[in-house]
Write a protein that binds this ligand. Structure first.
Ligand code: ADP
Length: 255
């Protein structure tokens, strides 16, 4: 059916590591169906923010929510069916599995394993092996990976591996997708392909937030950009608006 994604609401998130304040009360609102860029110098708290939203870190204070669902205070495994999905800066694919098997694992994990699984099993609501295989095939074709189904991820060019990672994140059928430096290590042509893929993901009804250092990509892909520096939001607006802000230029010169 037609979907519009859901908003991501981050409110007053702080995160302290011993003496270090990595995030100092960060708030941002990402609209449903938006592509939001998060930029900022190294150490400004971008990945920490993703880690808090996705439950890897516990916030010192503040909340994050997608739609009506509060994310903060839940563990990562409790978030796997919450509608939030993410990728990591460094690829986290299973090296012993084929590309298709990596997707099958993600699809299987995202299925509803609950009380209802056991109650509804006899009436066939539970996704069968055959259904999972079909969904994996759909993902492979959607991400242009048909030719690589049986390959070991590491035998593939890096740009293809990153696309597998993206397909795997989409296996959970997320409403909000967090991408941590999706263009890192990609060549110009691959960055162009990535841009098209992210747009099509958004058009399928997913709200996308990406941390990215490739400013050309941020400028041409994102609807709005949030700039972090020293754990604070120092600017926010359209790419054209933030690019000319003096505090943004200063933050980058100091990097
Ligand atoms: P960015 O992603 O913008 O480069 P990070 O979120 O990785 O920044 O880091 C922000 C700050 O928090 C840095 O000073 C970093 O050293 C610190 N930091 C991040 N993770 C941890 C951690 N697990 N333990 C201690 N300090 C951390």
């Amino acid at each position: 059916g037609h979907r519009h994604g859901v908003p991501l609401e981050i409110s007053g998130i702080s995160k302290q590591f011993r003496g270090l304040k990595a995030l100092k009360g960060v708030s941002l609102s990402v609209a449903a169906g938006e592509i939001r860029g998060i930029v900022g110098p190294n150490g400004s708290g971008k990945t920490t923010l993703f880690n808090v939203i996705s439950g890897l870190y516990t916030a010192s204070s503040g909340t994050a929510a997608i739609g009506a669902l509060t994310l903060t205070g839940r563990r990562p495994h409790q978030l796997s069916r919450s509608g939030l999905s993410r990728t990591f800066q460094n690829l986290r694919l299973f090296g012993q599995l084929t590309v298709e098997e990596n997707l099958l694992v993600a699809l299987d994990r995202s299925s509803m394993r609950s009380f209802w699984h056991y109650v509804l099993w006899p009436v066939g609501v539970w996704r069968s092996e055959r259904t999972l295989r079909r969904e994996a095939r759909d993902l492979l074709s959607r991400f242009g990976l048909d030719d690589f189904a049986d390959a070991a991820p590491r035998s593939l060019p890096y740009g293809i591996q990153r696309r597998v990672e993206l397909a795997r994140a989409m296996a959970a059928d997320p409403k909000v997708l967090l991408l941590d430096e999706p263009a890192a290590g990609l060549n110009g042509q691959e960055v162009g392909q990535l841009k098209e893929i992210v747009r099509s993901i958004r058009d399928s009804g997913v709200t996308v937030v990406l941390i990215e250092h490739n400013m050309g990509l941020v400028m041409s892909l994102c609807d709005r950009v949030t700039v972090l520096a020293g754990g604070d939001v120092i600017a926010e607006g359209t790419p054209a608006e933030v690019a000319i802000r003096p505090e943004v230029i200063e933050a980058y010169l100091g990097d």
